[in-house]
Design a protein around this ligand. Structure first.
Ligand code: LMR
Length: 329
């Protein structure tokens, strides 16, 4: 196989890759994994690199995974198309980014549907949650597992303690109809935008705020260009670790079985450490001088009350049964 951090480390550094970047030997079947996050402490970065290390060691000569972080190969708008075209074989996009392929994943975006990460994990492990992995089979897209990331928090260029503080502000959102409706419910304006553009947009005032996990707020340094982040925990961020049917079908049965078994193991291990990673990145923000604000129970209730009507708006397209199963978790 490859010299991890060997000859390609200079290239990896030049393109902003921050961790292991395998150099595959000539003749090896290269499997490209593209994603948009960065740094070394981000759960998706760690899971992707673990997958590459495991496949490259255990499947030596059969498959060789190369990881392209930080939107260096494909950004938000192009990656799913690239997967269907066979230009990349593995992705882990946020579940908020599938609106053109399935409406079902809107359930993961519903505000305050999951009390915490444990509730979200229970849902993904339930029959309904597992069934959703196959929502896009008819489009040739295959879900291999959920990579959890964290709860999301609002940041802005002013303190946000109640939804009315957000009135009239512009918030960057992922390209999700639920997220757009949620921001509108706060009396604010949603601005869908690729992840790679968020720091610049916050810095130049194109948008006033954003919502994300501690890991993204830290590794992308959003806290540097915001007044503060408020511990709203209003929404989940999780990823669909995925491939294409075309890629899976191209593997012989033994290779496919071994690859799927490693993928499953990496997924389970990644999810076990995700809460720890989020807490570490929360601490990293504080150490780096970022401000984090807490809500009183009364303030939290105001956020819940403002956003809860959004559920009803999406009940038809997501399915009342799916929403009920998520809420019950
Ligand atoms: C975002 O666009 O805010 C996130 O989906 C980025 C990511 O993949 O964590």
């Amino acid at each position: 196989m490859k010299k991890i951090l060997g000859t390609l480390s200079a290239v990896a550094f030049a393109v902003g890759a921050s961790a292991s970047f395998a150099a595959c030997d000539a003749g090896e079947r290269v499997v490209k994994l593209s994603h948009v996050t960065g740094g070394t402490t981000h759960p998706k970065v760690v899971a992707s690199n673990n997958l590459a290390e495991r496949v490259n060691k255990e499947m030596n000569g059969k498959l060789c995974v190369e990881v392209y972080p930080n939107s260096t190969l494909f950004g938000d708008s192009k990656e799913l198309e690239a997967l269907l075209l066979g230009d990349v074989q593995l992705l882990a996009p946020s579940l908020s980014k599938f609106g053109s392929y399935t409406k079902k994943y809107g359930v993961f975006d519903l505000p305050f549907i999951f009390k915490d990460m444990d509730a979200a994990m229970r849902f993904t492990q339930s029959e309904t949650g597992k069934g959703l992995l196959n929502s896009m089979e008819d489009k040739g897209l295959v879900g291999l597992g959920y990579w959890m990331s964290g709860m999301k928090y609002f940041s802005a260029n002013k303190p946000l303690m109640t939804p009315s503080d957000a009135n009239g502000l512009k918030f960057r959102v992922q390209n999700s109809d639920v997220a757009k409706a949620m921001i509108a419910a706060m009396g604010a304006s949603p601005q869908p935008m690729a992840f790679a553009e968020v720091y610049g947009a916050l810095q130049t005032g194109v948008v006033d705020g954003q919502e994300n996990t501690w890991s993204n707020i830290y590794t992308k340094k959003f806290f540097e260009v915001q007044d503060s982040t408020t511990q709203t925990s209003h929404q989940l961020l999780a990823y669909l670790f995925m491939t294409s049917k075309e890629f899976l079908d191209s593997l012989d049965a033994g290779t496919r079985k071994q690859f799927l078994s490693i993928a499953d193991d990496v997924t389970q291990k990644a999810n076990l450490s995700v809460k720890e990673k989020e807490e570490a990145n929360r601490q990293n923000i504080l150490k780096a001088g970022g401000t984090i604000r807490d809500l009183t129970p009364a303030q939290r209730k105001q956020w819940v009350d403002a956003m809860k009507p959004v559920w009803k708006q999406f009940e038809k397209e997501i399915g009342a049964d799916v929403i009920a199963a998520a809420a019950a978790s």
